[in-house]
Design a protein around this ligand. Structure first.
Ligand SMILES: Cc1cc2nc3c(=O)[nH]c(=O)nc-3n(C[C@H](O)[C@H](O)[C@H](O)COP(=O)(O)OP(=O)(O)OC[C@H]3O[C@@H](n4cnc5c(N)ncnc54)[C@H](O)[C@@H]3O)c2cc1C
Length: 284
């Protein structure tokens, strides 16, 4: 018989995880779908469930003026992140496109990350912003870049006795950014293709430029080497390099066909979006 526990503190949570194996449940908006049973019956869980949605210690948004880092608690509701003034605007926009209001009032950022879906929208922004994940166990704490934490489709670097406690996001000054989500409808739809890009212009040169795709590979596709090769160039020089940029992007895209879309559509749309992003670069 599957049991559930609802710890009151992070310490109780860590002690429970240290003594037994649990399904961690935050908002349950992914987990309940994955464990759903036939209509009208209760979901099928193989392990006990540890419910963390009420943990105050994992529900916070802070901006540290000294370090210029944003800190977001893993169980912070998506809607609170979407509406918070200190959250990077690109991430706010992305999170505002996750599900509909009902999902955003239950779902959490920690859940979006640990679910490690190729279509996880939050991941695209977090990869782009070089976010780090704080992972805590009873006797240890470690912080790793998101790209190392996500190991594959629904596969993350998390031991049974560990939990994501915090997401740390370095501030990233930008001149402009672009977020595109291609779905079947405007809200409550899972991405067929997604794209986030940002850039900073300084003295007429592109000081920073980043772009990443979601839903076109096993996880977020970003090519930092390509981005670095475009830095400190003028906008016209970068636009001249468009054929190379598209060729390099094509190499990191490996879409699949599924019930939402087919791989040819995904590839074509992803390349069209990055092409527009480059052509739309401007100084202000
Ligand atoms: C109708 C609908 C629409 C949706 N639309 C979108 C969308 O547009 N874009 C999108 O990206 N997603 C979408 N989702 C998926 C989902 O809502 C999000 O991924 C959400 O962020 C999951 O958060 P949660 O708290 O509900 O996770 P849960 O379901 O509670 O957990 C998901 C996974 O993360 C693990 N987990 C949760 N918290 C932690 C933690 N702190 N530490 C370690 N592991 C943890 C759980 O064990 C589980 O494996 C949608 C879902 C539904 C049902």
């Amino acid at each position: 018989m599957v049991k559930h526990i609802i710890p009151n503190t992070l310490l109780e949570t860590l002690e429970a995880l240290n003594s037994s194996s649990y399904h961690i449940m935050a908002g349950g908006t992914d987990l309940m779908i994955q464990k759903r049973n036939s209509a009208g019956t209760v979901p099928k869980f193989s392990k006990n469930v540890l419910y963390i949605a009420n943990l105050k210690e994992l529900d916070f948004i802070r901006f540290d003026e000294k370090t210029c880092l944003s800190h977001i608690g893993a169980a912070t509701k998506l809607e609170d992140i979407h509406t918070h003034e200190k959250v990077p605007p690109l991430l706010k926009d992305i999170i505002g496109d996750i599900g509909g209001p009902g999902i955003r009032h239950s779902g959490t950022l920690g859940g979006n990350i640990a679910n490690a879906s190729p279509a996880g929208d939050g991941l695209v922004g977090l990869y782009l912003l070089d976010a780090e994940i704080k992972i805590t166990s009873l006797n240890d704490e470690r912080i790793i870049p998101i790209k190392k934490f996500i190991k594959g489709v629904r596969f993350v670097d998390l031991k049974d006795n560990e939990i994501i406690t915090e997401i740390i996001i370095p501030s990233c000054p930008f001149t402009n950014y672009k977020w595109v989500k291609v779905g079947g409808r405007k809200a409550d739809s899972i991405s067929k293709v997604s794209f986030a890009g940002l850039y900073k212009i300084n003295n007429g040169l592109v000081e920073d430029i980043r772009f990443a795709f979601g839903s076109v590979a096993t996880t977020v596709a970003r090519n930092v080497e390509l981005e670095n090769s475009l830095k400190n160039k003028s906008i016209p020089a970068i636009i001249d390099e468009l054929p190379r940029i598209l060729e390099e992007c094509d190499k990191i895209i490996a879409p699949i066909s599924d019930q939402r879309s087919n791989k040819e559509y995904r590839r074509k749309v992803a390349l069209n979006i990055v092409e527009n992003f480059i052509k739309e670069l401007k100084e202000f």
